[in-house]
Design a binder for this molecule. Sequence first.
Ligand code: NAD
Length: 349
Amino acid sequence: MPTIQAPLLADFISRLFQGAGAPEAKARLVANSLVESNLAGHDSHGVIRAHWYLRNIKDGTIKPAAEPVVVKDTPTVTTVDGQYAFGHVAAHFAMQITIKKAKLAGLAATGIFNCRHIGRVGEWVEMAAQQNLIALAFCDVSRGAPIVAPYGSVTSLLSTNPFAAAVPLGGQPPMVLDFATSVVAEGKVRVAFDAGKPIPEGWVIRADGQPTTDPKDLYEGGMLLPAAGHKGYGLAMLMEFLGSALVGQGDITGQTGHRVNGVLFIALAIEPFRPLADFLADGASLYQQVKVVPPVPGVEEVLIPGEPERQMAARRRVEGIPLAEQTWTHLLEAAAELGVAAPGEKDER
Ligand code: NAD
């Protein structure tokens, strides 16, 4: 399994996107986001995606040089047409607007339609929390085929529809809650499939409703289960309304030929409610209380959401990012096709 240092990997991925027609700033933004996902331990949303994005650039469903545009604008509400640019570019653009308006008006909401895959949703809410805003993200996923069974059924109808929220804390990095409303993100099944490993029972059922630990079954008519039964299912439905219907993504539960995200970002300023310092102090106090709760045997430390990712990132920044053999092979094949030098090779272009 190759292990690559983050800066080297980000540079390689950025050059691949540039080789496929992306302007440098956009290529870097997407490459950095993918590598940050690997650093956070969410390999499912890391550079494994580069190969698919390159394929989408080739088939015209990602427009690597496109700029998202604002199509509706009030002091608090914005609608962005993602223009089928990279989803990361659209999400970054939309969250920047949300942050700016929330600082001025106290709160802001931004919807994005015509938006490709925005990757690890937590990245975008964390952007706002780093500026002392509370942020929420509601994300609808449409893909080639539905993949998640509504609670109590054995029929795929929904998708992994992730939710994320970030809250600034005094003296600590923000709390970042970020999860698929299915039991896991589909990409984690894909990572197991690529690595030839079984998946835990309880993630996927086969087309006949039987449980399975073979990741292949998901791609042969099986389906992911909702997280926490009826609760994750309810949240997945909410993502359909807020991430799709409200923002005009236009295909509720719709399964477009390619993967798109409908997105709603909401940011809240704290000062209109109470002094920022008081809120941050409450956050610091809650954090300290959680930290002294005794862990159960086998658990080293009780964490808050966002901490597992930060701990993993600290480790991988030093040790490098391990990549599945197949992921690395796909990247090298793409490099050869685009005439881009792999890390350690001389660029012949
Ligand atoms: P997951 O099940 O690993 O849950 C992650 C969340 O749980 C994080 O907030 C994490 O900090 C928290 N967490 C994990 N262990 C914890 C612990 N011990 N204590 C406290 N908190 C803990 O994530 P997932 O559902 O598999 O989703 C993975 C990623 O996939 C997310 O970043 C999500 O945004 C992304 N995703 C994106 C799309 C898309 O279309 N853009 C679709 C689905 C998922």
